[in-house]
Design a protein. Sequence first.
Length: 355
Amino acid sequence: MSLAADWRAARPPVAGLHLDSAACSRQSFAALAAAAAHARHEAEVGGYVAAEAAAPALEAGLAAFGALTGMAGADTVFTTGSLNALDLLLSGWPGRRTLACLPGEYGPNLAVMAANGFQRRELPVDGAGRLLIDEAAAVLATDPPDLVHLTAIGSHRGVVQPLREMAPVCRVAGVPLVVDAAQALGQVDCAVGAAAVYSSSRKWLAGPRGAGALAVTPELADRLRPRLPPGLGDVDVAARVGFSVALGEHLAAGPAAVRARLAELGTLTRQVLEAAPGWRVVEPVDEPSAITTLAPTNGADPVAVRARLIAEHRIVTTAAGIERAPGELTTPVLRISPHVDTVAEDLAVLAAALA
Ligand SMILES: *Cc1c(COP(=O)(O)O)cnc(C)c1O
């Protein structure tokens, strides 16, 4: 069977059209069953005994996350999501706290940076919000910040940042590169030699909500001074078990094949929506991500359109307000984010519903 058919057959049937994977993908039967079985096991033998029994599955999940980020499983930890990972990292940062990030940085990340007392400067970008590597290298050479934070794909725009090119630039400048891979993991190769990479379970990896992971090189981990001792507080072990299964399924499907299919779908989506009256496709048509954003050209309200698409057509999309990227968005956008099982006919249905 094809990747698309396999992916679709591995999940409950979809009600309508799910074009919202950048927010939350559809979980597989296997991931759902593993989390449910763990919760049941907690009821049978006790939550702490069940957690011990789940240790090998969780270790496999961390090893998979390590493989996808170019790190060892031993250098990765589970989190409750991407923001939690960023907070863990920044709250333990040693010494001076300055960072450089994109003007289009994710709004909630800006709040975490500010809450941890980081001073922020912006990296140079082109008109699409894409990092300019040579200019960035010059900035890092003259006045290096304490870390570079690169959100490899934003929440508000499907532009793929030059992550692979930036990693050696940071290495040469001696500045740790921290990668927000919440949208990038699954869509682009994130094993590029960064100092830290974090991501979420529920987005392109299609795991449960409320889980994520953070990978940190031993060199950086040794320097961090965690604000709280590790392992404090309760965790959703069932979600981590489900995420581990989802990571394993992603590796089994073939990360390169998934990335290629998602890139192809992004192009297809933009081609289909290019002519949508009242909307402008923000990304270049061949941008290698499955995120397409539509900016209204005639006063349409993405929040109202999203609600109408669900109510009248059972099509799920995202309305992204300017708070998602306050330094870059000037108007709310409608975000279309299909996963690998989407076919051309689905996108034609969306185009017709939008019109
Ligand atoms: C969703 C998202 C986050 C936050 O992830 P959570 O798991 O909800 O904490 C961070 N960065 C980007 C780019 C995102 O899209």
